[in-house]
Ligand binder design. Structure first.
Ligand SMILES: Cc1cc2nc3c(=O)[nH]c(=O)nc-3n(C[C@H](O)[C@H](O)[C@H](O)COP(=O)(O)OP(=O)(O)OC[C@H]3O[C@@H](n4cnc5c(N)ncnc54)[C@H](O)[C@@H]3O)c2cc1C
Length: 309
């Protein structure tokens, strides 16, 4: 008979996966979490995580992620550094195929592969990616110290990263195509009050221009349709996210491709749970991902109990 390598496989070790790993291990499950990059996911690039309940002194998302990882490992979870290439279910066991050629089997799986940034799809974006076009301010911001920088987007990520960039230069322009930010109110207000950030609402980018590096962006006022060229040295894009659902193509999703679950985080496939940014939800934050990871692990443990001899 085919044996399981673990009770629970967790695919992705961002805040949702790490929280699930901690709760799963504390529930006495053998837990393997597989992460293709560094544990922490998108939280790694949060400049200051200031809205995690109980954390009175904001710390970097990087430090926060290190602690989440240590906590999960202290309770016995094992984190494997590899890419999950595919996932299949045969009988009651799931099999995950890894990049190293190995396969891992388990009774239940928590899909916590999160989301990645969405591209704008405008001319010059792909061409100048890595040459002035960036999707991570904490990673690339220091290259543009004192320079004029354009930030695109209106959600938490855009506002958070514009705040961070405003510490490096007093010439940040933040454009958003709508007439108000989607970001949390407190954060949006800080951005609006920041003297180093020139906020231009109702504005969209049409083209990114340059030679070897970005030199300017063609912008359009969405109300007047006036177009103008703005000289900038860098463009930081925060235009939303794409859920990473490729490992579960048969799971039921919403119209935006996020996985639909019930309140137990159970997907339409028995034994497959989903948590965090990959899940159909009105709010995507670290605290939400961590809470959903906890629920998913708790309910996966109950599901596994019904299968194990
Ligand atoms: C710039 C920025 C600022 C933000 N600011 C805040 C903030 O201030 N406060 C807040 O609460 N939230 C903030 N967020 C949102 C928060 O980071 C996310 O909601 C949270 O990280 C989601 O966690 P997750 O575990 O669901 O997904 P992710 O963090 O996306 O983690 C998913 C993990 O899965 C891994 N993975 C994907 N596919 C595979 C595969 N095939 N094999 C193995 N591993 C895989 C990825 O490498 C990744 O590590 C911010 C996000 C960004 C980008």
């Amino acid at each position: 008979m085919v044996q399981a390598d673990a009770d629970l496989l967790i695919l992705g070790a961002g805040p949702a996966g790490l929280s699930a790993a901690q709760y799963g291990s504390r529930a006495n499950l053998k837990v393997l979490a597989i992460e293709k990059l560094s544990p922490g996911g998108q939280a790694l690039v949060i400049d200051k995580l200031e809205n995690y309940p109980g954390d009175v002194n904001p710390r970097s998302g990087f430090d926060f992620a290190q602690d989440m990882r240590r906590q999960a490992e202290n309770f016995g979870a094992e984190i494997i550094n590899d890419t999950v290439l595919s996932l299949r279910k045969e009988g009651s066991l799931f099999t995950a195929a890894l990049g190293n050629g190995k396969e891992l089997r388990s009774y239940a799986v928590i899909l916590a592969t999160g989301a990645v940034h969405r591209s704008l799809g405008i001319s010059g974006e792909a061409e100048f990616s890595g040459r002035g076009v960036s999707y991570c301010a904490t990673c690339d911001g220091p290259f543009f110290k004192g320079k004029k920088i354009l930030v695109i987007g209106g959600g938490d990520a855009a506002c958070d990263e514009a705040q961070y960039l405003s510490l490096l230069t007093d010439q940040v322009i933040l454009i958003h195509r709508r007439d108000a930010f989607r970001a949390q109110k407190g954060l949006a207000q800080r951005v609006l009050r920041n003297p180093n950030i020139d906020v231009r609402l109702n504005t969209r980018p049409l083209e990114i221009r340059g030679d070897k590096q970005v030199t300017s962006v063609l912008l359009e006022n969405c109300i007047t349709n006036e177009q103008y060229e703005e000289p900038v040295s860098a463009v930081f894009v925060f235009a939303g996210a794409v859920p990473q659902t490729g490992l579960a193509p048969d799971a039921k999703t919403d119209e935006a491709s996020y996985i639909i679950t019930d309140q137990r985080m159970a997907s339409s496939i028995p034994g497959l749970f989903a948590a965090g940014d990959i899940r159909s939800s009105p709010f995507r934050q670290v605290v939400v991902a961590a809470a959903e990871g906890a629920i998913a692990a708790h309910c996966a443990a109950e599901y596994i109990d019904t299968l194990k001899p």
